[in-house]
Design a protein around this ligand. Structure first.
Ligand SMILES: Cc1ncc(COP(=O)(O)O)c(C=O)c1O
Length: 344
């Protein structure tokens, strides 16, 4: 009944985090402030869940468009950016999907679900991107679509503008610049948008992971066609209501993102000072490190009640790598003191 290649896949595993300091999924550690939580509860209580949601999401598209300085018809909204990755892979021309490796796993995984061939371009040992190699592989594969996460997950770095521009200028297929970690990066590549370059964003890392809300910015004509493979009512009423309110308090989340960036600096400096820990520079809300015996270090952190992400199993450049989401100052202190004990 079920395709053999689907049977052969391992399910996307989400580790149980109950009772743990949860630093494995790049979430914002701050809950909603009390006053905002009360206004939110009132708005939610007024939402009519007996009716289907607004299918066109005109208001939400307008709000996002104003925020981004584009027209509302250049905005496609998804149930998380994951859903938009799926829509793109369903709708673009047949042909290979090219991604760097390592990168965000969903590009490859969804391609497999949809029987789209994939080709990987290895990053250099320092996680830099060889733009010429990337273009060569795109040409060799006659690629239809390519994804570049800017900044990249799980490596945390942001490839230089010149490399991205070179690829944008020379690639003949659709290039998707995934700015999921945009709120924590020094720069955005949104100005590179053109008919074959689209920009993907999400509110998940910004503090709204539970809402599942992402969006794609692109040329109006392509967005119109992509909307045809969007499931009707993909964004539920509670998410639409919540987003309308949260946009009125955007500065709360911008301040949190600034605090997270500052904490990232503090945690980076402290980990860099520990012997045996290699820390990679990050433009995101997480830090990738390499440490001998990563599995043991991961287990020791878990014993101390701290859940991070063990990347060692992916092998290759990620051997002995651990990914640590930046948490609240107290959570970060717990990480640092546990690390000091482990490494001493
Ligand atoms: C690069 C990148 N893109 C997209 C996503 C998916 O985000 P969303 O929660 O919007 O589906 C992630 C999640 O970790 C990510 O790292």
């Amino acid at each position: 009944m079920i395709r053999s290649d689907i049977r052969a896949l391992s399910a996307y595993h989400v580790q149980d985090s109950q009772g743990l300091i949860k630093l494995d999924a790049m979430e914002n550690p701050y809950p909603l402030p009390d006053a905002l939580r009360r206004s939110w509860a009132e708005r939610i209580a007024e939402t009519n869940i007996n009716r289907y949601p607004d299918a066109d999401m005109a208001r939400l598209r307008q709000t996002i468009a104003e925020h981004e300085g584009v027209d509302p018809d250049q905005v496609l909204i998804g149930n998380g950016s994951d859903e938009i990755i799926q829509m793109l892979l369903m709708a673009v021309d047949a042909g290979t999907c090219v991604t760097p490796t390592p990168t965000f796993v969903m590009y490859d995984l969804i391609s497999h679900w949809l029987k789209r061939p994939v080709a990987s371009v290895p990053l250099n040992a320092d996680f830099s991107l060889d733009a010429d190699l990337f273009l060569n592989i795109c040409n060799r594969e006659k690629a239809a679509i390519a994804f570049l996460a800017c900044p990249n997950n799980p490596t945390g770095n942001l490839w230089p503008e010149a490399s991205i521009k070179k690829i944008a200028d020379q690639f003949g297929g659709l290039l998707v610049l995934d700015e999921a970690y945009g709120p924590f990066a020094d720069r955005s590549y949104v100005s590179m948008m053109r008919p074959n370059v689209m920009v993907l964003r999400t509110f998940s890392k910004f503090g709204w992971a539970g809402l599942r809300l992402g969006y794609l910015l692109g040329e109006a004509d392509a967005i119109t066609h992509l909307n045809k493979v969007r499931l009707p009512y993909n964004i539920n009423s509670l998410t639409q209501t919540s987003a309308a309110l949260l946009f009125e308090h955007f500065n709360v989340f911008e301040k949190q993102a600034a605090d997270i960036r500052a904490e990232r600096g503090r945690v980076t400096a402290a980990l860099t000072g520990l012997e045996g820990v290699e820390v990679f520079p990050s433009q995101t809300n997480f830090i990738l490190i390499r440490v001998a015996g990563a599995q043991k270090v991961f287990d020791q952190l878990l014993d101390a009640g701290i859940l991070i992400k063990n990347m060692h199993g992916a092998g290759g450049l990620l051997s002995n790598c651990l990914r640590i989401t930046i948490g609240s100052p107290a959570e970060n202190d717990a990480v640092l003191s546990t690390f000091r004990e482990i490494m001493s």
